[in-house]
Design a protein. Structure first.
Length: 258
């Protein structure tokens, strides 16, 4: 009889432990879904979504980390997914058949990339991790389903694409009508707005930009950028501080406009 009660007690303890484990798993899962849904709040693509719509997105979104310098995707890879940048910086680089590559964008958290998956079967450029990166990834099929099901995502997506198209068109005009030092000034000012940190004495550009990076952003050689940056330093427009570039934004704006 004692053995019977002892065995029954063990079964009861096991059942309680299983229920407790399941409850903890459910709580952990709900907490993780809540955390991931909360991360969607800063993305323009997901602005205006209801709580239920946000859960639909996060249930389909996988999180992947990339180390600094890693390639997220390469030119001619299949366009099979959309990326939502949650942490870190990513650069998109176009590599023509001949000549140096061109940095199209330096993306920051809450930006999306890989958005050409709707019209391109293959990636038209490379995506590289500038820093350690955390991205949310939606497969092409899941993203198309979300576009079809949630009108707010469709409207936000159209707005993002329209803005990027306008930037490309304006950039094409500027590149054909400006000199390299003017393009360099404009790029530095744009990075001030997108990635700058106000400090005493100027705006610190947090991305560790090399002269090669800047050359790829303005369609010039590294030697040209080096020559122009020496000139900018002599004029007091830029300086180096703790490995980062610091821009005297008012003076650079005045120089660019003149």
């Amino acid at each position: 009889m004692k053995q019977f009660y002892r065995s029954a007690g063990r079964r009861l303890d096991d059942a309680v432990a299983i229920r407790t484990k399941r409850a903890n798993m459910m709580k952990s899962r709900a907490k993780e879904q809540g955390r991931r849904a909360g991360l969607l709040g800063g993305f323009e693509l997901f602005l205006g979504l209801t709580e239920e719509e946000s859960r639909k997105v996060t249930r389909r979104m996988e999180e992947i980390r990339f180390l600094r310098g890693e390639t997220i995707f390469r030119k001619d890879d299949p366009s099979d997914s959309l990326f939502a940048l949650k942490e870190g910086l990513v650069k998109l680089v176009a590599h023509p058949e001949k000549g140096a590559g061109t940095i199209l964008y330096i993306l920051r958290p809450t930006d999306i990339f890989g958005e050409l998956l709707i019209v391109e079967e293959r990636r038209p450029f490379n995506a590289l991790a500038v820093t350690d990166v955390l991205v949310g990834v939606l497969s092409k099929d899941d993203f198309i389903r979300l576009l079809s099901a949630i009108s707010r995502i469709r409207l936000n997506f159209i707005r993002i694409l329209s803005r990027r198209l306008a930037l490309v068109q304006k950039g094409a005009v500027e590149f054909s009508h400006t000199r390299s030092y003017q393009r360099l000034a404009k790029v530095l000012l744009r990075i001030c707005v997108e990635h700058g940190e106000e400090i005493p004495g100027g705006v610190m550009l947090r991305p560790l930009l090399t002269h090669t990076d800047l050359a790829e952003m303005i369609g010039a050689t590294r030697e040209t950028v080096t020559t122009q940056m020496i000139r900018f330093r002599r004029m007091g427009l830029v300086k180096r501080q703790d490995r980062f570039l610091v821009v005297n934004k008012p003076r650079l704006e005045e120089f660019g406009s003149s």
